[in-house]
Design a protein around this ligand. Structure first.
Ligand code: SF4
Length: 195
């Protein structure tokens, strides 16, 4: 159930910056980029656990920043449990704080929870925080495996976020085939299926 994103204009937002540390979440943003480019999410034999479309996306962003005079570095980890910014360890947060001090800007590629993790991590550091992506909904997709060992998405849809459920909507939603109830108790919303 990865989240789905649209890009925000990082280059314009960083126009007064000299240096930027890019902090990517490697799950939902990577899924979004692979899906919209219709490329494998993971090619296990070729790239192992790296998502090539997202790696390319980040390096293109770095090139575009450099064209505007902003040098950048990616805050990477080779440990899979550090890839999800919503579940970082305290040690990882501390490490980011230490690294962020060398940059005037931190760019987050992820959701609001990712931004919260980064904001909490950098604490009182004098860094400008830029959100590089905007959450637009939740992906609904079919996982498929292609030869030799590529993990792909197929028939993807974006389930957009909608306003909180009202009682009258709740009473009528059973009759509307375009409305599906979200069974996640943590997100009590009605979701409209994109066409
Ligand atoms: S931080 Fe957000 S974008 Fe990253 S895995 Fe968690 S929910 Fe997905």
């Amino acid at each position: 159930m990865p989240l789905h994103f649209e890009d925000l204009d990082v280059v314009s937002a960083a126009k007064d910056s000299k240096s930027a540390l890019i902090v990517p979440c490697n799950m939902c943003p990577a899924a979004t980029v692979a899906d919209r480019e219709n490329k494998p999410f993971l090619r296990l034999f070729k790239d192992f656990l790296k998502s090539a479309p997202f790696e390319k996306y980040i390096s293109t962003l770095q090139d575009r920043l450099l064209e505007k005079g902003v040098r950048s570095k990616v805050f990477k980890s080779h440990l899979p449990h550090q890839w999800f910014l919503c579940m970082w360890t305290a040690a990882r947060q501390k490490k980011l704080q230490k690294h962020a001090r060398r940059y005037d800007t931190v760019v987050v590629l992820g959701c609001e929870s990712a931004t919260r993790t980064v904001r909490d991590s950098i604490g009182s550091t004098n860094c400008k925080l830029i959100e590089g992506m905007e959450t637009t909904g939740i992906m609904n997709t079919k996982l498929s495996m292609r030869f030799p060992c590529d993990i792909c998405f197929k028939d993807s849809k974006v389930i957009p976020f909608s306003p909180p459920e009202r009682k009258d909507q709740a009473n009528s939603c059973k009759k509307d085939p375009n409305l599906v109830a979200n069974t996640n108790k943590g997100v009590p919303r009605l979701l409209k299926v994109a066409g």
